[in-house]
Design a protein around this ligand. Sequence first.
Ligand code: DX5
Ligand code: ZN
Length: 218
Amino acid sequence: MKQIKIAPSVLSADFSKMGEEVKCVTDCGADVIHLDVMDGVFVKNITFGPKLIKDVRKFSNAIFDAHLMIVEPWKYIEKFAESGADIITVHKEACGDRLKDTLKAIKSLGVKCGAVINPDTPVSSVADVIEECDMLLLMSVFPGFGGQKFIESVLPKLEEASRLIEKTGKEIDLEIDGGINKENIVAVKNAGANVIVAGNTVFKETDRAKIIKELREM
Ligand code: DX5
Ligand code: ZN
Protein backbone atom coordinates (compact mmCIF):
# COMPACT_ATOMS: atom_id res chain seq x y z
CA MET A 1 0.00 0.00 0.00
CA LYS A 2 1.32 3.42 -0.94
CA GLN A 3 1.51 6.01 1.81
CA ILE A 4 -1.45 8.39 1.94
CA LYS A 5 -0.26 11.99 1.76
CA ILE A 6 -2.57 14.90 2.50
CA ALA A 7 -1.82 17.98 0.41
CA PRO A 8 -3.63 21.20 1.34
CA SER A 9 -3.91 23.53 -1.66
CA VAL A 10 -2.92 27.07 -0.75
CA LEU A 11 -5.35 28.43 -3.32
CA SER A 12 -7.89 28.55 -0.48
CA ALA A 13 -5.46 30.11 2.02
CA ASP A 14 -5.35 33.79 3.00
CA PHE A 15 -2.76 35.12 0.53
CA SER A 16 -1.95 38.09 2.80
CA LYS A 17 -0.38 35.69 5.31
CA MET A 18 0.79 32.81 3.16
CA GLY A 19 3.81 31.95 5.32
CA GLU A 20 1.69 31.55 8.45
CA GLU A 21 -0.96 29.58 6.56
CA VAL A 22 1.64 27.15 5.22
CA LYS A 23 3.24 26.81 8.66
CA CYS A 24 -0.18 26.20 10.20
CA VAL A 25 -1.16 23.31 7.93
CA THR A 26 2.34 21.83 8.22
CA ASP A 27 2.12 21.90 12.03
CA CYS A 28 -1.36 20.38 11.67
CA GLY A 29 0.05 17.32 9.88
CA ALA A 30 0.05 18.09 6.15
CA ASP A 31 2.55 15.93 4.26
CA VAL A 32 2.58 18.04 1.13
CA ILE A 33 1.93 21.72 0.38
CA HIS A 34 0.14 21.98 -2.97
CA LEU A 35 1.03 25.26 -4.70
CA ASP A 36 -1.28 26.26 -7.56
CA VAL A 37 0.53 28.42 -10.09
CA MET A 38 -1.81 30.06 -12.63
CA ASP A 39 -0.95 32.43 -15.45
CA GLY A 40 -4.33 33.75 -16.61
CA VAL A 41 -3.76 32.11 -20.02
CA PHE A 42 -3.81 28.35 -19.46
CA VAL A 43 -6.56 28.95 -16.90
CA LYS A 44 -8.81 31.94 -16.23
CA ASN A 45 -7.15 32.91 -12.98
CA ILE A 46 -3.82 34.32 -11.82
CA THR A 47 -2.09 33.35 -8.60
CA PHE A 48 1.65 33.56 -7.93
CA GLY A 49 5.09 32.56 -9.20
CA PRO A 50 8.41 31.24 -7.92
CA LYS A 51 9.13 34.24 -5.68
CA LEU A 52 6.24 33.42 -3.38
CA ILE A 53 7.26 29.75 -3.20
CA LYS A 54 10.83 30.77 -2.34
CA ASP A 55 9.62 33.11 0.40
CA VAL A 56 7.25 30.60 2.04
CA ARG A 57 9.78 27.75 1.76
CA LYS A 58 11.28 28.78 5.11
CA PHE A 59 7.93 28.27 6.88
CA SER A 60 7.70 24.52 6.24
CA ASN A 61 9.69 21.34 5.74
CA ALA A 62 6.79 19.56 4.06
CA ILE A 63 7.05 18.45 0.44
CA PHE A 64 6.42 21.44 -1.86
CA ASP A 65 4.34 20.38 -4.85
CA ALA A 66 4.18 23.07 -7.55
CA HIS A 67 1.22 22.50 -9.88
CA LEU A 68 1.96 24.63 -12.95
CA MET A 69 -1.19 25.72 -14.75
CA ILE A 70 0.72 27.82 -17.25
CA VAL A 71 1.47 27.77 -20.97
CA GLU A 72 5.00 26.93 -22.12
CA PRO A 73 5.99 25.72 -18.64
CA TRP A 74 9.48 24.75 -19.83
CA LYS A 75 10.35 28.46 -19.85
CA TYR A 76 9.94 28.67 -16.07
CA ILE A 77 10.93 25.29 -14.63
CA GLU A 78 14.40 26.44 -13.71
CA LYS A 79 12.98 29.28 -11.63
CA PHE A 80 10.54 26.92 -9.89
CA ALA A 81 13.32 24.42 -9.21
CA GLU A 82 15.40 27.20 -7.64
CA SER A 83 12.41 28.32 -5.55
CA GLY A 84 12.62 25.17 -3.43
CA ALA A 85 9.82 23.13 -5.02
CA ASP A 86 10.37 19.40 -4.40
CA ILE A 87 8.15 18.31 -7.25
CA ILE A 88 6.94 20.20 -10.31
CA THR A 89 3.93 19.02 -12.28
CA VAL A 90 3.05 20.16 -15.79
CA HIS A 91 -0.10 19.68 -17.86
CA LYS A 92 -0.34 17.44 -20.90
CA GLU A 93 -2.71 20.08 -22.35
CA ALA A 94 -0.02 22.77 -21.99
CA CYS A 95 2.94 20.69 -23.18
CA GLY A 96 1.50 18.56 -25.97
CA ASP A 97 4.35 16.73 -27.71
CA ARG A 98 6.91 18.42 -25.46
CA LEU A 99 5.64 16.69 -22.30
CA LYS A 100 8.35 14.02 -22.13
CA ASP A 101 11.16 16.52 -22.76
CA THR A 102 9.74 18.88 -20.14
CA LEU A 103 9.57 16.09 -17.54
CA LYS A 104 13.17 15.14 -18.32
CA ALA A 105 14.24 18.78 -18.04
CA ILE A 106 12.63 19.05 -14.60
CA LYS A 107 14.46 15.91 -13.44
CA SER A 108 17.75 17.21 -14.77
CA LEU A 109 17.34 20.14 -12.36
CA GLY A 110 17.33 17.69 -9.44
CA VAL A 111 13.60 18.00 -8.79
CA LYS A 112 10.87 15.36 -8.99
CA CYS A 113 8.38 15.65 -11.83
CA GLY A 114 4.82 14.77 -12.68
CA ALA A 115 2.31 14.91 -15.51
CA VAL A 116 -1.20 16.33 -15.05
CA ILE A 117 -4.34 15.68 -17.07
CA ASN A 118 -7.65 17.54 -17.07
CA PRO A 119 -10.96 15.71 -16.53
CA ASP A 120 -11.56 15.39 -20.28
CA THR A 121 -8.05 14.21 -21.20
CA PRO A 122 -7.67 10.41 -21.34
CA VAL A 123 -5.17 8.49 -19.22
CA SER A 124 -3.85 6.93 -22.45
CA SER A 125 -2.45 10.36 -23.42
CA VAL A 126 0.23 10.06 -20.72
CA ALA A 127 0.98 6.34 -21.13
CA ASP A 128 4.14 7.15 -23.11
CA VAL A 129 5.55 9.36 -20.33
CA ILE A 130 4.56 7.39 -17.23
CA GLU A 131 8.07 5.95 -16.83
CA GLU A 132 9.45 9.50 -16.53
CA CYS A 133 6.98 10.49 -13.80
CA ASP A 134 7.44 10.48 -10.04
CA MET A 135 3.77 11.32 -9.81
CA LEU A 136 0.69 11.37 -12.02
CA LEU A 137 -1.95 14.00 -11.21
CA LEU A 138 -5.56 13.59 -12.27
CA MET A 139 -7.74 16.69 -12.11
CA SER A 140 -11.22 16.08 -10.71
CA VAL A 141 -12.34 19.64 -11.59
CA PHE A 142 -11.41 21.86 -14.54
CA PRO A 143 -8.47 23.82 -13.18
CA GLY A 144 -8.70 27.50 -12.28
CA PHE A 145 -10.57 27.82 -9.03
CA GLY A 146 -10.87 26.22 -5.62
CA GLY A 147 -14.15 25.09 -4.12
CA GLN A 148 -15.57 23.43 -7.26
CA LYS A 149 -17.65 20.26 -7.36
CA PHE A 150 -15.85 16.91 -7.72
CA ILE A 151 -16.39 15.30 -11.15
CA GLU A 152 -17.37 11.66 -10.49
CA SER A 153 -16.26 10.39 -13.91
CA VAL A 154 -12.64 10.71 -12.76
CA LEU A 155 -13.05 7.57 -10.59
CA PRO A 156 -12.69 5.03 -13.44
CA LYS A 157 -9.80 7.15 -14.76
CA LEU A 158 -8.06 6.80 -11.38
CA GLU A 159 -8.46 3.03 -11.58
CA GLU A 160 -7.01 3.04 -15.10
CA ALA A 161 -4.11 5.27 -13.98
CA SER A 162 -3.49 2.93 -11.05
CA ARG A 163 -3.18 -0.03 -13.40
CA LEU A 164 -0.87 1.94 -15.69
CA ILE A 165 1.37 2.76 -12.71
CA GLU A 166 1.30 -0.82 -11.43
CA LYS A 167 2.51 -2.09 -14.80
CA THR A 168 5.68 0.02 -14.53
CA GLY A 169 6.62 -1.67 -11.25
CA LYS A 170 7.83 1.73 -10.04
CA GLU A 171 6.94 3.80 -6.98
CA ILE A 172 4.87 6.46 -8.74
CA ASP A 173 2.43 8.53 -6.70
CA LEU A 174 -1.13 9.04 -7.93
CA GLU A 175 -2.50 12.45 -6.98
CA ILE A 176 -6.07 13.67 -7.19
CA ASP A 177 -6.95 17.37 -7.22
CA GLY A 178 -10.27 19.16 -7.10
CA GLY A 179 -13.38 19.07 -4.95
CA ILE A 180 -12.11 16.47 -2.47
CA ASN A 181 -14.07 16.31 0.79
CA LYS A 182 -15.13 13.85 3.49
CA GLU A 183 -17.91 12.52 1.24
CA ASN A 184 -15.69 11.42 -1.67
CA ILE A 185 -12.25 10.77 -0.17
CA VAL A 186 -12.87 7.07 0.48
CA ALA A 187 -13.88 6.57 -3.15
CA VAL A 188 -10.73 8.26 -4.51
CA LYS A 189 -8.51 6.27 -2.16
CA ASN A 190 -10.25 3.03 -3.17
CA ALA A 191 -9.69 3.95 -6.81
CA GLY A 192 -5.95 4.20 -6.13
CA ALA A 193 -5.17 7.83 -5.31
CA ASN A 194 -2.56 8.26 -2.55
CA VAL A 195 -1.74 11.98 -2.71
CA ILE A 196 -4.91 13.85 -1.86
CA VAL A 197 -5.18 17.57 -2.58
CA ALA A 198 -7.74 19.45 -0.51
CA GLY A 199 -8.06 23.22 -0.62
CA ASN A 200 -11.40 24.43 0.54
CA THR A 201 -12.02 21.36 2.73
CA VAL A 202 -8.91 22.10 4.83
CA PHE A 203 -8.67 25.89 4.81
CA LYS A 204 -12.34 26.57 5.62
CA GLU A 205 -11.92 24.71 8.93
CA THR A 206 -10.60 26.38 12.05
CA ASP A 207 -9.42 23.03 13.44
CA ARG A 208 -7.13 22.03 10.60
CA ALA A 209 -5.35 19.28 12.55
CA LYS A 210 -8.69 17.53 12.99
CA ILE A 211 -9.70 17.70 9.33
CA ILE A 212 -6.25 16.60 8.08
CA LYS A 213 -6.34 13.62 10.47
CA GLU A 214 -9.88 12.74 9.36
CA LEU A 215 -8.95 12.91 5.67
CA ARG A 216 -5.91 10.72 6.32
CA GLU A 217 -7.73 8.07 8.34
CA MET A 218 -11.03 7.80 6.45
C1 DX5 B 1 -7.79 23.91 -9.15
C2 DX5 B 1 -6.54 23.67 -8.37
C3 DX5 B 1 -6.77 22.89 -7.15
C4 DX5 B 1 -7.72 23.53 -6.19
C5 DX5 B 1 -8.19 22.54 -5.18
O1 DX5 B 1 -7.48 24.61 -10.28
O2 DX5 B 1 -5.58 23.01 -9.13
O3 DX5 B 1 -5.56 22.57 -6.50
O4 DX5 B 1 -7.18 24.60 -5.54
O5 DX5 B 1 -9.06 23.18 -4.33
P1 DX5 B 1 -10.38 22.46 -3.81
O6 DX5 B 1 -9.92 21.33 -2.97
O7 DX5 B 1 -11.05 23.55 -3.04
O8 DX5 B 1 -11.15 22.02 -5.01
ZN1 ZN C 1 -3.85 22.07 -8.02
